[in-house]
Design a protein around this ligand. Structure first.
Ligand code: SF4
Ligand code: SF4
Length: 351
């Protein structure tokens, strides 16, 4: 395959719209709705328990076009978080002393103010996480980024589907694996993933239509293989389930596998995983300032439910945090992707 593909949006693909994706998901006749499954676990309606993580999606531009991308990110996307939204996010973070500031995209490095976002986020006292695709930090003009991350003790969460090139390149594009290894060596060289406090965590997702294996066992295997093959060390391996939205939904649809995949997720519903879904402690902000329960709901353009603030500007008003902290979570069939098996979140398995 080539390195760069056109995004759904660029191709005007039928599933490029959020409504079309939700319609497709709702067409599947599941054994029970997500709401019914939550009810059997005593979790309906699903509610937030606080705002421990402020996750900002700074834009959809990316130097890659991975086949499973839930953002439909790529070089042809233009969305970038403007200054006023960024300022409101940083104000919210500092005012409410939110514990974790999670920066995602696209490739967040491609935001023109990425360096400032990192340094001001860290300056607020929050633990800063950067979701890194590894290849972006090798681009010309970005060579200062790894040292900047290290200086601010930013946790790097790096996606890598597998510890071999063929599986990784099949999902992420030709040559991506080799560059990812180069970037990981660079990060190791700065002290990342060496047990010296600079956290380097890898995120692996199944290369196919199955659930991730046991996270603990996979982490042990990956640590052994990454060290033996490439001399690379890291802290944790997070396993995540491929979410049936955006490009992965198109991948499933083209193969006639949407029903099968979603049913597999629904049949693997785990009440303990449901109790720990990441949306309960996360607030997700879109590049345009709209608020969502998670990055997946953001891509499906599902706003917050009920009377909770709808934008980061409204969130700054008195009572904004209180309303967000106990809000009802907006759900749809894709939520089964977070509750299947050991569960799945931006921080890996949850049960
Ligand atoms: S999965 Fe990540 S690296 Fe790949 S295209 Fe999407 S945002 Fe970019
Ligand atoms: S998809 Fe989002 S809203 Fe649904 S369970 Fe997962 S984290 Fe929560």
């Amino acid at each position: 395959m080539g390195r760069i593909l056109a995004t759904l949006e660029k191709r005007l693909a039928p599933l490029s719209s959020a409504d079309a994706q939700l319609d497709r998901l709702h067409q599947v006749a599941l054994p029970s709705s997500f709401a019914e499954s939550l009810a059997t676990a005593g979790l309906f309606p699903l509610r937030a328990t606080g705002v421990d993580i402020l996750q900002i999606n700074v834009g959809r531009r990316c130097n890659q076009t991975c086949r499973h991308c839930h953002v439909d990110a790529g070089p042809d996307r233009k969305e970038v978080m403007p200054r006023e939204v960024l300022e409101a996010c940083l104000t919210f973070l500092g005012t409410h002393r939110v514990r974790t500031f999670d920066i995602t995209g696209g490739a967040p490095e491609l935001h023109p103010d990425f360096r400032e976002i990192v340094s001001r986020g860290a300056g607020s006292g929050a633990h800063v996480m950067h979701r890194c695709n590894l290849t972006a930090i090798l681009l010309p003009n970005y060579s200062d980024i790894p040292a900047l991350l290290a200086r601010h003790r930013v946790e790097v969460v790096a996606s890598l589907p597998y510890f071999q090139s063929s599986e990784t390149d099949a999902q992420r594009g030709e040559g991506v694996f080799e560059e990812s290894i180069e970037a990981l060596r660079l990060l190791n060289g700065l002290g990342y993933g060496r047990g010296e406090g600079l956290q380097l965590n890898l995120v692996a997702n199944p290369v196919g239509t199955f659930l991730p294996g046991n996270q603990e066992a996979l982490e042990a295997r990956w640590k052994k293989e990454m060290l033996r093959r490439y001399g690379i060390t890291f802290d944790r391996l997070y396993t995540i389930t491929n979410m049936p939205i955006s490009r992965f939904l198109e991948f499933l649809d083209e193969r006639g596998k949407v029903e099968e995949y979603l049913t597999m997720l629904a049949n693997a519903f785990n009440p303990s995983a449901a109790a720990g879904v990441m949306c309960r402690g996360t607030l997700s902000v879109s590049y345009d300032g709209a608020l969502h329960d998670c990055d997946f709901n953001q891509m499906l353009e599902m706003p917050l439910a009920g009377l909770a603030p709808r934008t980061i500007f409204e969130a700054l008003e008195p009572e904004g945090l209180a309303a967000l902290s106990s809000r009802e979570i907006a759900i749809a069939p894709h939520c089964y992707g977070c509750t299947a098996g050991a569960g799945s979140s931006c921080g890996g398995a949850v049960a």
